[in-house]
Design a protein around this ligand. Structure first.
Ligand SMILES: Cc1cc2nc3c(=O)[nH]c(=O)nc-3n(C[C@H](O)[C@H](O)[C@H](O)COP(=O)(O)O)c2cc1C
Length: 194
């Protein structure tokens, strides 16, 4: 790798941010393939690569999934209200709010249930995908709230999630609307030995 390439990678890592506002433009299939191709370069325990991907462009199905998750989230988050959740709770109460932020594409990263490390493996894959997307000018956001679809057999069937796989990372992608500032990072606590 050249020095310029490594600077490029570091700036993608530094600049990536979760995108919750998208312009009305489709993400081409070849970009989706490139994003998944980057995902599968992630390391996996024992090299098992325990993932599958579902690419969802069906807005009605995404709406159904959002409509299913919203009341459950409202109840769950409402019960455990913590600092920082007020804004999300207020958004969830809005009838127009869609947990996928009306993104044009949802990719489910599925992990094989029989593989103990599949959640970790798929999370690494997901981060690669989000970084690759950013490098291609495409925004993304991990929608953890959507993992609730695991409780709904009809949605799992409609989304073609096989019984032997679990939804690990629901990721949305699309071209970003004008960017908000990236949330600041806390200083890392580092212990040096010696
Ligand atoms: C496991 C996981 C679940 C997340 N779930 C949601 C979600 O349901 N909705 C959402 O808007 N953002 C979600 N996010 C995005 C985080 O809110 C975001 O990464 C965090 O605020 C830091 O912002 P940044 O990604 O722009 O640096 C999730 C991120 C992770 C890693």
């Amino acid at each position: 790798m050249t020095a310029t390439e490594s600077i490029g990678i570091l700036s993608v890592i530094r600049e990536r941010r979760s995108i919750r506002n998208y312009i009305d433009r489709d993400v081409p299939d070849e970009a989706i393939r490139a994003i998944i191709a980057a995902g599968i370069q992630a390391p996996t325990a024992l090299g098992l690569q325990p993932w599958q991907f579902v690419v969802v462009r069906d807005r009605d199905l995404m709406q159904r999934a959002s409509d299913y998750c919203k009341p459950i989230l409202l109840e769950k988050i409402g019960e455990e209200a913590r600092p920082g959740t007020e804004e999300f709770l207020a958004a969830l109460r809005g009838p127009e709010f869609n947990i996928f932020y009306n993104a044009p594409v949802l990719i489910l990263v599925l992990g094989a249930r029989e593989v103990v490390s599949s959640v970790l493996d798929c999370a690494l894959c997901a981060e690669n995908m989000m970084l690759a997307a950013w490098a291609l000018g495409i925004g993304s956001c991990w929608i953890g709230s959507a993992a609730l679809i695991e409780q709904n057999p009809d949605l799992l069937a409609a989304l073609k999630v096989p019984d032997d796989h679990q939804v690990v990372a629901p990721l949305i992608f699309g071209y970003p609307a004008p960017l908000l500032p990236k949330p600041v990072r806390r200083e890392p606590r580092i212990t040096w030995i010696p």
